[in-house]
Each structure stands twice: as structure tokens, then as C-alpha cells.
Design a protein. Sequence first.
Length: 275
Amino acid sequence: MSRHSSSFLKRIYAVIGIVLLVWSSYLVYILVMHIWHQHGEEVENMAISEEEKLFKEMMKDKKEVTYNLGYKVIKQEDIEKHFHHIGDPVMHDSINICIKCHGDIPHDKNKAIRAFLNMHSDFFACETCHVRVDNKKFIWYNKTTGKEVDNFEISVFLNNIPQKLIPLLEVDGKFERLDSDSKRNFVDEFRKMLPTLSPDKKSQGLKIIHKNVSKNPVKCDECHAPSLSQSYLPLLEIGYKERRVNQILSNEVVGMVEKYKEFYIPNFLMPGQTK
């Protein structure tokens, strides 16, 4: 064998040796990482509580679901047999001025009653409770077209309907809707210019938009009153049938909200908690 051939074979063997060394190093790395990861999980499992173990077990095969809230779409994990799901989509109100900033589900501060308040937001415009009117004039409008809905009769609980109730404001002897075209145009223009406005200009604009908002909104027991004459809303005049009016007046939910300031969660809904 010539010197040239011998030198070439040595190079081949050297390359093969380097490849084998790199491969064996990689296998050792994988083995070490696997052992380290298993040990880390054991240590972690020893440290976490029963509640955390339960949560990790629930999240193993997580799926993502999409919910349409009307003014926005959210994604969240779909946990099998999980109690809290939003479920029904919200019919978006494309007409109301307040919705443009506050959304279709605006209440979130008071955890005890926010679900009840947001439930009413489905069929009452924000102004119905947040703008007090002396004349007690209200109309129903279509959430998509904005047109007034006549002869609207209510005999059952309202849920995800295409109509909303809004008050009329008396101006110079005439009744005007609080979501007039001029006001809607002002809000749209203000929102477009908002990023460029100074703090003073923002404050002035917000004051104009909220000038009719009452400091004290209508409370639950003002509509769910002891009698029809004491109710803030003229329930019969706005379309509620007598039977439904009787159900609304002095509603038990109002009593619960007024009387119970602290809500207790049963122990079986709190896994891992000792008695």
C-alpha cells in the first residue's frame, strides 16, 4: 500500500472517530438530562400541595376553546368536567355608545353581584340604569339596526335577545334618544383622536360624553320594588305582562344581594382542603 493511500485511510478513520465521539457524547447528554428531569419532577412533586397536583393532573390533556363575548373573542383552556364555562355567546350591541369602550359585559368590580348586573346588560342599555330620567320614557331598539321596536311584549325571562331598552331624554319639550347620531359621531371621533390628545383634552371629552350619567345609578331594589307604583321602570308600559311584572317585583335575588354580605363556598368545591 502506498504512503498516499495509508494517509487517506487515516483521515477516514479520524473522521469516523470524531463522528462516533460526537454521537456518544450526545447520547450521554440525553441520558443525563432524562435522569435529571425525572429527579426534578420527583422533587417538585414532593414540594407541591394536593391542590397543585390535582390542577396539574387536570391540565395534562388541555384543549383550547373559543368564546365570542360579542365585543371581543377570548380563548381559554377547555377543562373536562370544569364548572365555570362562559357557554352562550353574547349578541353584540353595535348601536349603543357606551359599548364602544366598556363592552357588552361591562360589570366586573363587585364579584358578588356582577353576574346579575351583566345579565341585565343583555337587554338593558347602560343608560337605562346609569342615566336617571324624570319623565320615565323608554323605548326598545334593535341592537343591529338601531331602529325602534314597537309593540314589544315580554312574558318570560329575557336572554340574549336582539332588543335593548334605553331611556329618552327630554330636551326643549322633545324626547331624544341618548344614543343619537350626533353623539355617536362625537364618540367615534373622540376615540380616533384619543392617542394624540393631551390629558386635559381627554378629560374634557370624557366629561362631554358622560355629562348625563348619574352619580348614583339605579339600584336593584328600585325596579324590583315592593309594588308596581314604587318601581323605577314603568314595567307595564314598556311591555312586561302582568304575570311577569309580579315575578319581577320583590325578586328574591335582590333580598339575597341586600342581606348576604359574605358568601360561603362548600368544602366539596375546594379539593384538598382539610375539614
